[in-house]
Ligand binder design. Structure first.
Ligand code: ZN
Length: 307
């Protein structure tokens, strides 16, 4: 069965400002890495827009109205010190959140078991009511809520971006049908993600000390993330796939290689096989060194297409 690749041209046009690390060149590097014979079997699909109904499952009207109204006709609208919108940002944000909903629909309708959403802006810092940290809508949260609305009982979100997904944790803090499990550098932006932040027992945080590498990351996965997944037995796994824990990344100090992302992906596929009928959706979050990002995405998606 083919794996699916969701993307949209607007995601290449969204700009958060000149010199911003969350740049169009990131997605360009990702798409170039996947433009190779090895990935010829990916079914490439234009991401649809998320509907207001889909967004409103996880976001307050204050956030939705802000993102819808502030998009500038030219130049930039600054939402916080790190987060800005250009004229194409609203379209990109709607397509990014829509991609994961469409991927969930495709998997639940049985047309594929795995999908990768190559989109931007990223989403995991956006809370219920506040866009922040390069993120406008919380794409994976919109997707998880969509899966619940489609009738699934339990959805797991695994976040291996080097930053803690404070927004995803915030949105599902009291939602026992969603497991949120994160490995992330601590201390680092946004400052959340301590082990004692556990929600209603549905949040698992595995902070990693700066300058640690693959051995510590894999141990956190084996001792914290994977047992939580086995205990939760999700009907669907969604990955917040950030690649900024790569050793080349300029925004953090964790020293993973593309082999570590390959390994983690394989572990999550084993859990998807065990619990969720192989169903696994992955969505691009961070990753700010273009070479590290391209190599890591190639390893991640290459692994997703196997087995
Ligand atoms: Zn990140």
């Amino acid at each position: 069965m083919h794996s699916l690749l969701y993307t949209h041209p607007s995601c290449l046009r969204h700009s958060a400002g000149p010199g911003h690390p969350e740049s169009p060149a990131r997605l360009q590097a990702v798409l170039e890495a996947l433009d190779h014979d090895r990935f010829a079997m990916l079914d490439r699909i234009d991401a649809p827009r998320a509907s207001l109904e889909q967004l409103a499952r996880v976001h307050d009207a204050t956030l939705i109205d802000l993102v819808l109204s502030v998009a500038p006709v030219e130049g930039y609208a600054q939402l916080d010190a790190d987060t800005a919108m250009s004229p194409d940002s609203l379209e990109a944000a709607l397509r990014a959140a829509g991609a994961v909903c469409a991927a969930v629909d495709a998997l639940l309708d049985g047309s594929a078991t795995r999908a990768f959403c190559a989109v931007r802006p990223p989403g995991h810092h956006a809370t219920r009511d506040t866009p922040m940290g390069f993120c406008l809508f919380n794409n994976v949260a919109v997707g998880a809520a969509h899966a619940l609305a489609r009738g699934l009982d339990r959805v797991a979100i695994v976040d291996f971006d080097v930053h803690h997904g404070n927004g995803t944790q915030d949105i599902f803090w009291r939602e026992p049908r969603v497991l949120y499990a994160s490995t992330h550098q601590s201390p680092l932006y946004p400052g959340t993600g301590a082990e004692n932040e556990t929600g209603v027992g549905n949040i698992v945080n595995a902070p990693l000390a700066p300058r640690t590498g693959g051995e510590v990351f894999r141990d956190a996965f084996l001792s914290r993330v994977l047992p939580a997944l086995d205990n939760f037995a999700p009907d669907l796994i969604i990955i917040s796939a950030g690649f900024d824990a790569h050793h080349r990344d300029p925004l953090a100090e964790i020293n993973l290689t593309e082999d570590d992302f390959d390994w983690a992906t394989g572990q999550l596929m084993q859990r998807a096989a065990r619990h969720s009928g192989n169903r696994l959706v992955s969505l691009l979050e961070g990753g700010y060194d273009l070479q590290g990002l391209a190599f890591s995405v190639a390893a991640h998606v290459g692994r997703l297409m196997k087995g």
